[in-house]
Design a protein around this ligand. Structure first.
Ligand code: DGL
Length: 271
């Protein structure tokens, strides 16, 4: 048993979708979340800059002496996981491996779609992992940079004509490729699940990176004897690098729990 917190970070707000899953699966764990709201988005940046930012995010979370760190961000997981693992002697989990594993498991026809940020798609990390797990799998990948802005601006509900049009344009070639599984390889996309699911149709299983990662983390912590078995609900703390006010309003909507008052702004460049 290990009662230390689990650190979770993302380039911004989207990682709350992973935090929500972690909290649902492991309600007794203390969670410390850092959202780099002052530097979001990471998805259009170079691998060097993404890795530099991610190092600072991890350094900040390590000040809480976490027993593990979860990279909720698809972009960082696809770009900097190996570097972060080499440099930090604690378990660091990314979203790519568990998500690829789940997609390899659910696909029946061996055709998997993948959507993510430009950096995630460019990294080729999902394709490599899928190829290793299921040789011969055909991956149709597409970067969907506009989806992050739409979600950040609250434009993700069914009936939103702009969101539906953008989703249809991005996903048309993936649908045409005949995939039966689609990886939502970015923190923000689960919020668009209804629009994406409606467009792809019932024959396509949507694989949510945050959800798969949370399940994986829970299993790994159990195997390693690191779960917090103490009764009662864990404490959740939230930190951001831009104004805390904006974060708490949107975070409350995303998480379905009131985080007002529990959010602090920090200077991430100091780490
Ligand atoms: N968190 C990022 C991801 O999951 C999306 C937002 C960004 O581009 O920073 O890839």
């Amino acid at each position: 048993m290990d009662t230390r917190p689990i650190g979770v970070f993302d380039s911004g707000l989207g990682g709350l979708t992973a935090l929500r899953e972690l909290a649902r699966l492991m309600p007794e764990e203390d969670l410390v979340y850092f959202g780099d709201t002052g530097r979001v988005p990471y998805g259009g940046r170079s691998p060097q800059v993404i890795t530099r930012y991610a190092r600072q995010d991890v350094a900040f979370l390590r000040t809480f002496d976490p027993k593990a760190i979860v990279i909720a961000c698809g972009t960082v997981s696809a770009t900097a996981l190996d570097a972060l693992r080499e440099e930090n002697p604690i378990p660091i989990f990314g979203v790519v491996e568990p998500t690829a594993r789940a997609a390899a498991h659910v696909t029946r026809n061996g055709r998997v779609g993948l959507i993510g940020t430009r950096a995630s798609i460019r990294s080729g990390a999902y394709g490599r992992e899928l190829g290793r797990l299921k040789p011969g799998v055909e991956v149709t990948a597409r970067a969907c940079p506009l989806l992050v802005s739409l979600v950040e601006n609250g434009r993700f509900r069914p009936g939103d004509i702009v969101a539906e049009t953008v989703v249809a344009e991005y996903l048309t070639p993936i649908k045409a490729a005949g995939v039966d599984a689609l990886i939502l390889g970015c923190t923000h996309y689960p919020l668009m699940r209804d629009i994406i699911g409606a467009f792809m149709g019932p024959g396509v299983t949507l694989v949510d990176a945050g959800e798969q990662c949370a399940r994986w983390v829970k299993k790994q912590l159990e195997w390693d004897g690191l779960r917090n078995q103490r009764p009662g609900a864990g404490r959740h703390r939230f930190f951001v690098s831009d104004s805390a006010g904006d974060f708490s309003e949107l975070a409350t909507a995303f998480l379905g729990e009131d985080v007002r008052g529990g959010v602090e702004q920090i200077d991430i460049t100091a780490y």
